[in-house]
Write a protein that binds this ligand. Structure first.
Ligand code: GYE
Length: 330
């Protein structure tokens, strides 16, 4: 690991002076004497889980780019539980890693553990998903997509697609896991475009936890309760793919009888789009690893970095998916 004192000094002259005066704050504060200085950055990363194709690609991106950047990665899979993420972060703090990065499974409830990291002088980078902590000094930056914009793009497509329909357009929505930034924001973005038009009716909207299995189960229930669904908006490809199975099992044609718009554009989603079973996908890139490693190095070098780093993304129609599939990396 890096010598703790260098990270602390770079964090601010005042903090360094305070630590020196307290003799390095006992066991929790690190200090010049702790950890051998082999110049290698150690990053603790707490991942949400392995709920979707997006997440698998994201994990691969982070692991590969850590190796390429010469950063030692301590990787922990939280299996979609916030308590596991908090445990992992506490363990990273006690192992005195140089930097912590994580993708918060839900938005709320992080202040205490983030304060603990700050008190230990360990910088934190949020990747992929945001937290709702009012104290922005608890993390250095947030790198990831604009989920509200993604929801808006999905809504714009729906508006266009049904522009000449007399209405009502009966819609159902599969949300991501409750309380997650992409679930909250993708819903909000979509509603901001569609909500004002009385032609569009949201018949049902429920969490499908970003997984294929839950997407299928919830869509199955939607179909049983609503015989006349025109459109499904799924917050990710995996839930859309699960829903396709439910739609086919109900004897309907996905992409034709029920139009489908999803978010992510992972390979399986793009395949279904090019096969005509999905109608439109809003891209959300999971390839955050290289930027994360770059930012981590800059933070530890004391460089100023932007507090928000946005990912660039596009959208795909069925024809565009056909063209993009051969080159698709995830
Ligand atoms: O869209 C979904 C995953 O946080 C952007 O999480 C991510 C989302 C992604 O499970 O597939």
């Amino acid at each position: 690991m890096l010598r703790k004192v260098s990270a602390v000094v770079l964090g601010g002259v005042l903090i360094a002076a305070t630590l020196a005066a307290c003799g390095g704050e006992g066991s929790g504060g690190g200090g010049a004497a702790s950890g051998k200085d082999d110049g290698k950055i150690v990053m603790g990363f707490s991942q949400v889980g392995a709920e979707s194709g997006w997440r698998t690609a994201n994990t691969k991106s982070i692991q590969e780019s850590a190796a390429a950047a010469g950063i030692e990665l301590k990787f922990s899979d939280a299996q979609q539980k916030q308590e596991n993420q908090i445990k992992a972060i506490r363990s990273f703090i006690s192992q005195k890693v140089d930097i912590i990065a994580f993708s918060p499974v839900v938005e709320s409830g992080w202040d205490t553990v983030l304060k603990e990291a700050k008190a230990a002088g360990i910088p934190v980078i949020l990747t992929d998903r945001a937290v709702d902590s009012p104290d922005k000094t608890l993390y250095k930056t947030f790198i990831g997509s604009d989920f509200v914009l993604e929801g808006k793009k999905a809504g714009e497509w729906v508006k266009q697609e049904f522009a000449s329909a007399a209405g009502p357009v009966n819609m159902v929505e599969l949300q991501g896991n409750t309380g997650a930034a992409p679930a909250i924001d993708r819903k909000e973005g979509f509603e901001s475009v569609i909500g004002s038009d009385p032609k569009f009716k949201m018949l049902a909207s429920q969490p499908g936890d970003f997984t294929r299995a839950k997407g299928k189960e919830v869509m199955d229930a939607f179909l049983k309760a609503n015989p006349d669904i025109d459109l499904l908006y799924a917050h990710n490809d995996d839930m859309g793919l699960g829903a396709i199975e439910a739609i086919e099992a109900a004897g309907k044609k996905p992409g034709t009888d029920i139009k489908i718009v999803t978010v992510d554009a992972v390979k399986d989603g793009m395949q279904a789009l090019s096969d005509g079973k999905i109608n439109f996908i809003v891209e959300c890139s999971p390839l955050l690893g290289p930027q994360l490693m770059d930012l981590a190095k800059k933070v530890l070098n004391g460089e100023t970095i932007p507090t928000r780093v946005l990912t660039e993304e596009t959208t795909f129609t069925q024809d565009q998916a056909k063209a993009a599939l051969p080159e698709r990396k995830y």
